[in-house]
Design a protein around this ligand. Structure first.
Ligand code: FUL
Length: 455
């Protein structure tokens, strides 16, 4: 394909309706809770007695209030982690809450959490670990039937599900065997029972893993990536799920969606990344751990929600079933910092002037403020429904206060790579005007919004 035509085609790979809804979510919570909470482990062994699970003060409304205070819009609960213990009243196994002393075996954490989310006006999602260290079926074809039954229960008994989070881990089961996961079948069930839900997996089909659990971001995040990275979307493969064969090569790569990589791909998929990390070092609660600093969490927020990915932040409940007060406070501080940084009162009004360019893929937009301002952030939003286009951009401020732009090119206050759904550019500049320059893009650039925030 001719080079420019290829670029244009890459720029016009668009998200599905459910992927667009996921972009709106931006920031949501993971809740890791299981027998590990009582054994101090990160990966349960699968032979834990049900009797240890006893969250006597379980309070999912407290979870919901806490995550809302940080501005998060949903909770994804580990309905089953690698240890195989099910947090809901399942008919598929005895290794579940019904054999625990909690509420005399009548409790259901999935139900309580789903209902609390509904009451609190946020969305609910489920994590169901394919790796199961308890099920004797694991490692045989019958395990896929078992897993599908569990999925069916979760997706039909607890109302709307916004995300199904598949964990890529595939270790040995109790009989020493590994399982071949039938993702095609799992995905079919999700599409049937919860057509609005996005599916997270290391490699899509809807949302992919960012490649680390430390909250680190790429320099820029492309949502359009090689087919060979992803479980391909149904439309592109006429209903068949195809697994990319280069996924392990691509996944942690810094250059995943760069032109230098995608030009060699035999097809492209729209599959944005999620950044997942825990508020503490572990995914599960350990008494000796402390929440990460506000700076680190806010930095990760900027690098995820402000870098064309979503942010899935885990908060682990304590053995009594509540979030630790230190986590609750950190979430509140985080929410306050996000609100005070990006609140309406922080918006600087401006008049915008478009400077005509010869190339249709370049832009210069000059923003002038009424007074000098201490600018903290510039936020750019592409109309992602039409595809992701901006490659390289920069932001400049006039060098001299009085010169504005006359004859001077200005100082570069931000060098950017990729925009996408939302790019937050920390600029930290005292100025009366700025200029946004798009130096290269894959097609014409459609900015849905440009917002400037003062300190
Ligand atoms: C990993 C798991 O092994 C961890 O325990 C945790 O659930 C994390 C989100 O995904 O693959």
């Amino acid at each position: 394909m001719e080079y420019k035509a290829f670029l244009k085609s890459a720029a016009n790979v668009v998200p599905s309706k459910r992927q667009l809804a996921w972009y709106d979510m931006q920031f949501y919570a993971f809740v890791h809770f299981t027998v590990n909470t009582y054994t101090d482990l990160e990966w349960g062994l699968g032979d834990e007695p049900e009797s240890i699970f006893n969250p006597t003060e379980l309070d999912c409304d407290q979870w919901v209030e806490a995550v809302k205070s940080a501005g998060m819009k949903g909770i994804i609960l580990t309905a089953k982690h690698h240890d195989g213990f099910c947090l809901w009243q399942t008919s598929t196994t005895e290794h579940c809450v019904k054999n625990s002393p909690w509420k005399n075996g009548m409790g259901d954490v999935v139900k309580e959490c789903a209902e609390a989310c509904k009451r609190g006006g946020i969305k609910f999602g489920v994590y169901l670990s394919p790796w199961d260290r308890n099920s004797p079926l694991y490692g045989t074809p019958a395990y896929n039937d078992y897993y599908c039954e569990q999925l069916t229960e979760l997706l039909s008994k607890y109302g709307d599900i916004f995300m199904v989070w598949f964990d890529g881990a595939c270790g040995e089961g109790p009989n020493g065997k590994k399982q071949e996961y039938d993702f095609e079948r799992y995905i079919k069930i999700i599409r049937e029972l919860q057509p609005e839900a996005v599916i997270f997996n290391d490699f899509g089909p809807d949302v992919r893993w960012c490649g680390n659990e430390a909250g680190s971001a790429r320099r820029g995040e492309w949502a359009v990536v090689p087919h060979d990275l992803c479980l391909r979307c149904e439309k592109q493969t006429e209903g068949k799920l195809v697994e990319g064969n280069l996924k392990y090569l691509y996944n942690p790569a810094e250059s995943i969606g760069d032109l230098s990589v995608i030009q060699y791909a035999d097809g492209l998929s729209f599959c944005g990344a999620e950044i997942d990390m825990s508020i503490r070092p572990g995914w599960f609660y350990h008494e000796n751990e402390k929440p990460h600093s506000l700076e680190r969490l806010f930095g990760t927020y900027l690098n995820s929600c402000g870098n064309n990915t979503s942010f899935n932040l885990n908060i682990p409940p304590m053995p009594n079933g509540k979030f630790n007060q230190a986590d609750v406070e950190r979430l509140k501080e985080l929410g306050e910092l996000i609100n005070s940084s990006f609140g309406d009162d922080k918006r600087i009004s401006f008049s915008a002037e478009e400077i005509p360019m010869q190339s249709e893929t370049q832009r210069r937009i000059r923003l002038s403020f009424e007074n000098e301002e201490d600018v903290a952030f510039v936020e750019l939003k592409e109309n992602i429904a039409k595809g992701q286009r901006v490659e390289i951009f920069r932001i400049l401020a006039p060098t001299y206060e009085d010169a504005l732009w006359n004859g001077s090119t200005g100082d570069v206050i931000f060098n950017g790579y990729t925009v996408g759904n939302r790019k937050i550019c920390p600029v930290n500049s005292h100025t009366r005007a700025i200029e946004i320059q798009v130096l290269s893009a894959r097609d014409t650039v459609d900015f849905k919004d440009i917002i400037v925030y003062r300190k």
